[in-house]
Design a protein around this ligand. Structure first.
Ligand SMILES: [Zn+2]
Length: 57
């Protein structure tokens, strides 16, 4: 199932500290996990949110 989002882009946030500084870690067996640079959270679950950036100019 694929949802097309008309506007904005998907932002991934850390579920623990809400940081956007997530990097993609290549895990061995489980596939991929995210690694938060701020709180060291590691996991496949992240918050995905659409944040429409205000159009400036
Ligand atoms: Zn975090």
């Amino acid at each position: 199932m694929r949802h097309r989002r008309p506007r904005g882009r998907s932002i991934r946030r850390c579920p623990q500290c809400r940081s956007e500084r997530l990097v993609y870690d290549a895990a061995l067996i489980t596939g991929q996990v995210y690694h938060c640079l701020d709180c060291d959270y590691v996991g496949s679950f992240v918050i995905e949110t659409d944040e429409a950036e205000p159009a400036e100019g």
